[in-house]
Design a protein around this ligand. Sequence first.
Ligand code: ADP
Ligand code: MG
Length: 269
Amino acid sequence: MNDHNPVVSIQGVTKVFNEGGADRVLAISDVELEVYPGEFLTLIGPSGCGKSTLLRLIGDLIAPTSGGVHINGKRSKQARIDRDYGMVFQDATLYDWRTVNKNVQLPLEVMGYSRDEREKRTVKMLRLVQLEEFANHYPWQLSGGMQQRVAIARALAFEPAILLMDEPFGALDEMTRERMQLELLNIWGQTSTTVLFVTHSIPEAVFLSSRVVVMSARPGRIRTIIDIDLPRPRGFKTREDPHFFDSLTEVRECLRAGESGKSQVEGYK
Ligand code: ADP
Ligand code: MG
């Protein structure tokens, strides 16, 4: 693919919930964004600023009130039908009565892959997330971090061009979370997937991303896009790099600036 063609292109997108009702919410307003092949792009902003809304618009789980969303040059609906993206949410949403193996295979079954192809891909993905030995376990036999890895394997199994991740590590403890971030970067390095990631953790955003999109409080707008030029591969040393702290400060100040004139109570720590 030509590097100059965006994989995701969002033009003037506004989303209003409950239009016409007393509970009308202008969730995001006039968002413009282009995401390029192989990027790791993170959306960050205060709670309720429209991060999930933006990701759901890209994934065609909801429709924009106005504006356009294009994926690989196609309308988002077509991209969903073509399975251009996989999704991972905060809650791993695995089926408890299916083994790990069968959970990863589910979207492949739906898509009509042959048994052989399903087996081949599942083995490959479980190897990638280092869960080969757990193929015949059930989700409830695994830790939260392992379940989240199964969800990532499932989302990657059909080799989507784009991976949409909405606070996938939000429910994990700090140590597991840092390990998962490393594993995700490993996987991203081994595939040509473009990742769109949502978090409200500043260190997580900086550690993972090539670019961080800072959103302002409601209605969500893009305030600034910050390039994170830390060398790759990133690892434990990255978090000790003075440039890492510079980037943390840059993102934090940008988030704070977005709140001046708004509520001083909901400040970013
Ligand atoms: P974030 O993910 O940044 O925390 P969301 O995208 O979930 O924020 O929500 C943005 C705003 O839109 C919030 O005020 C939220 O209450 C509202 N919202 C989100 N989804 C719906 C919905 N289905 N119906 C009504 N309001 C919604
Ligand atoms: Mg959200």
